[in-house]
Design a binder for this molecule. Structure first.
Ligand code: SAM
Ligand SMILES: Nc1c(NC[C@H](O)[C@H](O)[C@H](O)CO)[nH]c(=O)[nH]c1=O
Ligand code: TYR
Ligand code: SF4
Length: 454
């Protein structure tokens, strides 16, 4: 047998002194046999598959192909040949944030936004009226969903009652300042929800971290917060802010952020009030493969308890403009082999989540398409605008048209399907019948949503 040299994984082993290490007493062969049989995988099984065996260094290309193939077959059994896409708009309300996550460049210290600050910056804040106008325009062009995630602007309050509490408080630790002090007033979260809920557009917003910000300084439960947001127009919750759900990793990359338990509480509260959610992992920075699998286990446990997670989205870390890179804490993001294995093992480990998303924002078209043969079955959405990845140094653009999607998906012999956020509405797109435009949104009539050259 010819030998194949291992490719390196970009895991900065030994640099951070983590307690959790990618070590197991399972063998790669046994883990593969369980994956093939469709048995529920343990954490040790997952680590063996993700590392292509802890008995050797690096990623073994031949073993990797075995894992990818099993995941591709599982995808076919669970969801068949359809590749889903969604007509959506990304509307980020503000870039102002003081949380200081070291992987993020979607943040401008909020003091830059104060009235009395004259220094130029390229951050922004939108009023509820501005958000509404942006959504209304996109709705006319045919979107089904608005995704809205934002920085934790100090002037944000959940609603008027919350603002009164924050205004009356003399606590100095609440990260609150009156809106009058800023050039632009983001209003309250409920006002933003109401403003963005134009017609029946589906509003996907308020990550667990935003919900945390929306209850600061109170004893309100996450159920109460999500309940009020839902009443104001929220339909489902983006499962970002998950990053890596292991506190020793959060201590390094986002010490200012909520802890693992609190993220899980917030998602379960959203579920309790009847909101569906997604779940994500942001990987390819300081964490190792044990952390990645511990994360998958926590997501699988929540799904066992709630059943509300509609899709899992692996977000590959984009490094160039981030403090983690600039401060020399990491040298790179995940390698292609790690990306492929992350998708494949997500498919195999998360036996209770039907849909795995391939994010073109993170992978680009070529690798994004490849992921559809490694276990993924959803190819994200049109989004129309993108600020987070762009500011971190990503270069794959801000929009995809249905025409581009149809071309890409049919080129790999799969079936393009327009979906709703929760996948319950699905419409197969006939690749022989252009022009290709969305039809599920409240004002969608099949006219192409966006055409761009990139
Ligand atoms: C930018 S935040 C916005 C919402 C809110 N501030 C929060 O943290 O939940 C949304 C998500 O973007 C992702 N993100 C931020 N910077 C990234 C980067 N450099 N590469 C990949 N994903 C990133 C993280 O997973 C983060 O939770
Ligand atoms: N809606 C999805 C997005 N939207 C873009 C994000 O809001 C964001 O800019 C970035 O992805 C944060 O890491 N991105 C996805 O990857 N998947 C989506 O479904
Ligand atoms: N995590 C990204 C992308 C994303 C959005 C919504 C999702 O449901 C899933 C992923 C965000 O912050 O927006
Ligand atoms: S990830 Fe969210 S909370 Fe963290 S700095 Fe970026 S915008 Fe702020």
């Amino acid at each position: 047998m010819t030998s194949v040299s291992p490719v390196q994984a970009n895991v900065p082993r030994n640099r951070f002194g983590f307690t959790h290490r990618p070590e197991t007493d399972q063998s790669f062969e046994n883990a593969v046999a369980k994956a093939r049989a469709g048995d529920r995988l343990t954490v040790a099984d997952g680590v063996e598959l993700l590392t292509t065996g802890t008995d050797r260094d690096g990623i073994d290309p031949r073993r990797k192909e075995v894992v990818l193939e099993i995941a591709d077959r599982r995808r076919e059994e669970i969801v068949g040949d359809e590749v889903t896409i969604i007509a959506n708009l990304n509307n980020n309300v503000t870039t102002a944030c003081n949380t200081g996550c070291l992987f993020c460049n979607f943040k401008d210290r909020s003091k830059q936004f104060l009235q009395d600050n004259d220094a130029a910056h390229d951050g922004f804040t939108k009023t509820p009226a501005e958000s509404r106008a942006i959504v209304a325009d996109a709705l006319d062009t045919g979107i089904y969903e608005v995704t809205s995630v934002s920085g934790l602007h100090p002037a944000f309050a959940l609603d008027d009652e919350h603002r009164e509490i924050l205004e009356a408080s003399d606590r100095g630790d609440l990260n609150y300042k009156s809106p009058e002090r800023y050039e632009k007033n983001p209003g309250t979260y409920t006002a933003q929800m109401a403003a963005m809920s134009v017609d029946d557009v589906h509003l996907h917003s308020m990550t667990p971290e935003e919900a945390y910000h929306a209850r600061r300084g109170t004893e309100w439960s996450y159920e109460a917060v999500y309940g009020r947001l839902k009443a104001a127009g929220l339909d489902s919750v983006p499962g970002t802010a998950a990053e890596i759900l292991v506190d020793e990793v959060r201590d390094v990359i986002c010490p200012g952020k909520m802890r693992t338990d609190e993220w899980m509480d917030a998602i379960e509260a959203a579920a309790d009030v009847g909101l569906s959610t997604t779940a994500t992992i942001m990987y390819g920075h300081v964490e190792n493969e044990m952390h990645r699998i511990m994360h998958l286990k926590r997501v699988r446990d929540i799904q066992d308890r709630t059943g509300v997670i509609t899709e899992f989205v692996p977000l590959s870390f984009i490094h160039p403009n981030t403090p983690l890179y600039e401060e020399g804490m990491i040298d790179d993001g995940a390698t292609t082999a790690e990306d492929e294995l992350m998708i494949a093992v997500s498919r195999l480990f998360l036996d209770n989540i039907d849909h795995i998303q391939s994010s073109w924002v993170k992978y680009g078209d070529e690798l994004g398409l490849k992921m559809l043969s490694c276990g993924a079955d959803d190819f994200m959405g049109t989004i129309l605008s993108e600020e987070i990845t762009k500011r971190a140094g990503g270069g794959y653009g801000e929009a995809r048209s249905f025409r581009e999607y149809v071309e890409m998906i049919t080129a790999i012999g799969r079936v393009p399907v327009e979906r709703s956020t929760d996948y319950t509405e699905r419409r197969e797109i006939d690749p022989t019948a252009p022009p290709f435009g969305p039809q599920l949104g409240p004002r969608a009539d099949g006219t192409p949503l966006v055409e761009h050259s990139g």
